[in-house]
Design a protein around this ligand. Sequence first.
Ligand SMILES: [Fe+2]
Ligand SMILES: [Fe+2]
Length: 286
Amino acid sequence: MHEHIQQRIQSIIQNVDQLPSLPEVVSRIINMVNDPDVSFKQVADEIAKDQAITANILKLCNSAYFSKGKEISSIDRAIVILGLKEVKDIVVLATTKSVLNRVILGYDLARGELWKHGVAVAMLAKKIANDCNHKTVADIAFTGGIIHDVGKTVLALFVQSTFKDILATVTEKNITFQEAEKQIMGFDHQQIGEQVTIKWKFPKVLQSIVRYHHEPTNAPDEHKRIVSIVHIANTLCLMAGIGIGSDGLYHELNQDAVTMLGLQDAQLEKFYSDIPELMNKAMDIL
Ligand SMILES: [Fe+2]
Ligand SMILES: [Fe+2]
């Protein structure tokens, strides 16, 4: 029915130039942070090579959400005070904004909404990871949260022209929006997002988060937990109405993900009620 659209999406995937770009420094930093042989100094030097990014990063380091109360005026100092992983998250935040802070037509998201949604999911996913004894991956939950819906920036145009059919499929077959996306367009925003993260040379765990955030059960075993964290954060943020577009009402919370993390209803409610406070703290990073 929409074969021409399916073919166009296929050609976008094959011709990666059409997918969004990110400065190469981002994947270098992400990979350096995970390399035990790399020193603080090497990471700082790598970031400092790019002056525009450095200025943005320093601003973020001194924001209400990240600040530890001490003025940070250099990348070296940022790493000492905040730590490598936190600085890595800030690098991702500083560089992905231009990709995500757009009008996302097909999903009916005004400028800034997808960005706000990504930041909200990032903060909540990090909180869930910390509170559920998964502190060592809290930074990955944050990075994954920021970029999880990046595929929407590519698919939006096609969703716009197929929107009626997607919605009809949701109603007729009683499936989620993202499942209907896939049936009508041949791909959903998770699959396109995965291609974007491959182009960006992001590690496999981030690829899994983007690829399976609506279907954590299908994630590779070694990534199920972290994907579940981002899935739950995403669903709670949508329930709270953050970044809710045309697909907003058609998502559901995966029970396997909840069970895997051993979360009770009361804890889920607590995380949900934490969202406004997190958003308040994030005012100056949006
Ligand atoms: Fe999504
Ligand atoms: Fe999302």
